[in-house]
Design a protein around this ligand. Structure first.
Ligand code: B12
Ligand code: SF4
Ligand code: SF4
Length: 445
C-alpha cells in the first residue's frame, strides 16, 4: 500500500505502484499515453490550454485518485456512444430509472440529455475522469460461504474509521466503523482536484459529479483512456481491473493533444465468462445489458414485486451483484486498493452477512447501520424483500417462521401498498421454494 501526503494534504490510499509481476502479467502498452515531459515549472502548465496528462495525473493522485484522464469534447466516439445510449433507452432497458431517459428542452421533448455531454453542458470543452479503487482484501460472492449467508455488493461495504468514537456497539479497539458513501468520498476528492486545477490553470467553468450527473461516466472514462468497456459493460482498467468508482469534472478547458491518452484496446478477446455466469440473463449480448433483468437493478432500484422468473436467479444477493466482475480474469490480479484505514474501507459485518441478522433488523436498526451508506438506497422494505428472496433460494427450512410471518402480513415494513405487496409476494414465493427444495443436503459450506 502506498501512502503519502502531498501539497493538498490528502493521503493517497490506493496502491498505484505496480511490481514487475503485474507488468509481466498485463503488459500495459506504453502507447496508451502520448506523454510529453513538461517539467513542473514549465510555464505551459499555467496556461489552461497547456494542461498535460502528466501534470493532471499528478494532481489527481494527490487528491486521492488511483488514475485520471482527460478528454476533449466531442470525443472521437461521441456519436457511436450516443447511438448506443439511445438504443438502451428505446429498448426499455433502463426500466424504472426514469432519470436516465430525461430529455433537453423546457417541455422535455428534446434530445436525450445523457447521450452527449455537450447537451446539458453546452460550454463544456473537456472532461476529467477519475478512478478510485474499492477493491478490498475479501472473499468473492462466488466463493463458498456459510449456508445462511447473504451477499451485499462490495462497492457498498465502505465505512470509515473514526478514532475514539463510540457508535452502535460495533466498536473495535481503535474506534468504530461508520458507513461511508462513495458519492461523498469521491466528490470531496474531486473538489480537491478542482481546487488544485484552478490553482494551476486559472479560472474555468467546472461541474463535479459522481454517479448522479447527466453524464454516462463509463463512455467518457473509456474515451479518456482509463480502460475498455468489458462485455459485462463495466469499465476495465488494464492494471486496476473493474472494482473502481468513477468521478468526473466537466470543464470549459480546451485541451491539447498532449493531454489525451490513446484509447485502451478491448482485451476481452474470446472470453465470455461474465455472460455465461450472469444468473438472470441480464447480459443479453456482449457489451449489452438489459438492466431490468440485472440483480443490481432489481435489488437496489426496483420498487415493488419482482417477477418469479427472476427471483430464482437472484441467489443470495440482497444488495447489488458482483458476479459478472467476480468471474472476470482482469480482476483476479487487480491490486488491493482499500483497507480498513481508508475512507472506502470494508465494514466486515457487511461481508457475507447472515440472513437471520438482516431479517431481524428493525427500521431504526436499518437507519443506524445504513444511513450514509449506498445500501440505504434499497430502503428498508426493499432490503427485507431481497432477504426473503435469498431465504427462498437457500432452501433452508429454518427461515420458514420468518417467511410465514411476512406472507401473512406480520412485521411487514412500514410502507403500505407496493412495498407490502412486494414483501408478501417474495415471502410466498420463498416458502414455495423451501417446500420444493427441502433442506439442502449437499450444499457447499
Ligand atoms: C444506471 C446505472 C446502473 C444500472 C444499469 C447499468 C448499466 N450497465 O447500464 C444498474 C443498477 C444495473 C447498475 C449496476 C451496477 N453499477 Co451502475 N451505474 C449506473 C449509472 C448511474 C448510469 C449508467 C448508464 O448510463 N447506463 C446506460 C448504458 C447504455 O451505459 P453504459 O453501459 O455505461 O454504456 C455506455 C458506454 O460504456 C458505451 N458502450 C456501451 N457498449 C459499448 C460497447 C463497446 C465495445 C464500447 C467501446 C463502448 C460501449 O456506450 C454507452 C452509452 O454511452 C452509472 C453512473 C453514470 N452516471 O454513468 C453507474 C455506474 C456505471 N455503476 C457502477 C457500479 C459500480 C455498478 C455495479 C458494479 C454495482 C453493483 N455491484 O451492484 C453494477 C455493475 C453491473 C454491470 N455489469 O454494469 C459504476 C461502474 C464502475 C465501472 N468500473 O464500470 C458507475 C460508473 C458509478 C460510478 N460513478 O462509479 N448501474
Ligand atoms: S451484475 Fe449480476 S445480474 Fe447484473 S449483469 Fe452482472 S452478473 Fe448479471
Ligand atoms: S469476464 Fe471476460 S468477457 Fe467478461 S468483461 Fe471480463 S474479460 Fe471481458
Amino acid at each position: 500500500m502506498v501512502g503519502f501526503v502531498d501539497a493538498l494534504g490528502c493521503r493517497l490510499t490506493v496502491d498505484i505502484s505496480f511490481g514487475k509481476d503485474e507488468y509481466a502479467w498485463m503488459p500495459l502498452s506504453s502507447s496508451i499515453s502520448k506523454r510529453r515531459n513538461l517539467s513542473e515549472g514549465d510555464p505551459e502548465l499555467l496556461d489552461a490550454a497547456g494542461v498535460t496528462e502528466d501534470s493532471l495525473t499528478r494532481i489527481a493522485h494527490a487528491a486521492g485518485f488511483a488514475e485520471a484522464g482527460m478528454v476533449g469534447l466531442p470525443h472521437a466516439e461521441t456519436e457511436r456512444d450516443a447511438a448506443r445510449f439511445a438504443a438502451f433507452i428505446e429498448q426499455g432497458r433502463a426500466g424504472s430509472m426514469a432519470y436516465l431517459a430525461r430529455r433537453s428542452g423546457e417541455d422535455g421533448g428534446g434530445e436525450l440529455l445523457r447521450s452527449r455531454v455537450q447537451i446539458p453542458f453546452p460550454w463544456a470543452r473537456s472532461v476529467v475522469v477519475c478512478l478510485a479503487s474499492y477493491h478490498a482484501e475479501a472473499p468473492l460472492s462466488m466463493d463458498a460461504a456459510g449456508s445462511g449467508a447473504g451477499w451485499i455488493a462490495r462497492y457498498a461495504w465502505s465505512g470509515r474509521k473514526e478514532q475514539g468514537r463510540k457508535e452502535q456497539g460495533r466498536k473495535d479497539q481503535n474506534g468504530s466503523v461508520r458507513p461511508s458513501d462513495y458519492h461523498k468520498v469521491l466528490l470531496k476528492r474531486l473538489r480537491g482536484l478542482e481546487a488544485a486545477m484552478h490553482a494551476a490553470y486559472g479560472e474555468f467553468e467546472c461541474r463535479a459529479y459522481v454517479d448522479t450527473g447527466p453524464v454516462v461516466e463509463r463512455s467518457i472514462a473509456r474515451a479518456a483512456g482509463l480502460g475498455w468497456t468489458g462485455k459485462n459493460t463495466c469499465l476495465i482498467h488494464p492494471k486496476l481491473g473493474s472494482w473502481n468508482f468513477l468521478g468526473v469534472l466537466v470543464t470549459s478547458l480546451a485541451v491539447g493533444e498532449e493531454t489525451e491518452r490513446l484509447a485502451v484496446p478491448d482485451r476481452c478477446g474470446s472470453c465470455r465468462r461474465c455472460l455465461d455466469a450472469c444468473p438472470t440473463g441480464a447480459l443479453v449480448e456482449p457489451y449489452q445489458m438489459d438492466a431490468t433483468r440485472c440483480i443490481s437493478y432489481l435489488t437496489i432500484e426496483h420498487r415493488g414485486a419482482i417477477g418469479e422468473e427472476l427471483m430464482g436467479g437472484m441467489g443470495r444477493q440482497v444488495f447489488g451483484c458482483d458476479i459478472c466482475q467476480d468471474v472476470c480474469p482482469w480482476n483476479r490480479k487487480a491490486p488491493i486498493g482499500v483497507d480498513e484505514d481508508s475512507d472506502l474501507g470494508p465494514r466486515r459485518e457487511l461481508i457475507n452477512p447472515e440472513l437471520d441478522w438482516l431479517a431481524g433488523l428493525k427500521e431504526a436498526d436499518f437507519e443506524r447501520l445504513f444511513n450514509g451508506s449506498p445500501v440505504r438506497r434499497a430502503g428498508f422494505a426493499g432490503l427485507r424483500r431481497n432477504v426473503a428472496i435469498a431465504m427462498g433460494n437457500s432452501g433452508l427450512s429454518r427461515y420458514v417462521p420468518w417467511l410465514r410471518g411476512w406472507a401473512s402480513g406480520v412485521d411487514l415494513p412500514g410502507d403500505a401498498g407496493a412495498g407490502e405487496e412486494a414483501m408478501r409476494t417474495a415471502a410466498r414465493w420463498a416458502l414455495s421454494q423451501i417446500a420444493e427444495k427441502g433442506e439442502p443436503s449437499n450444499r457447499r459450506e
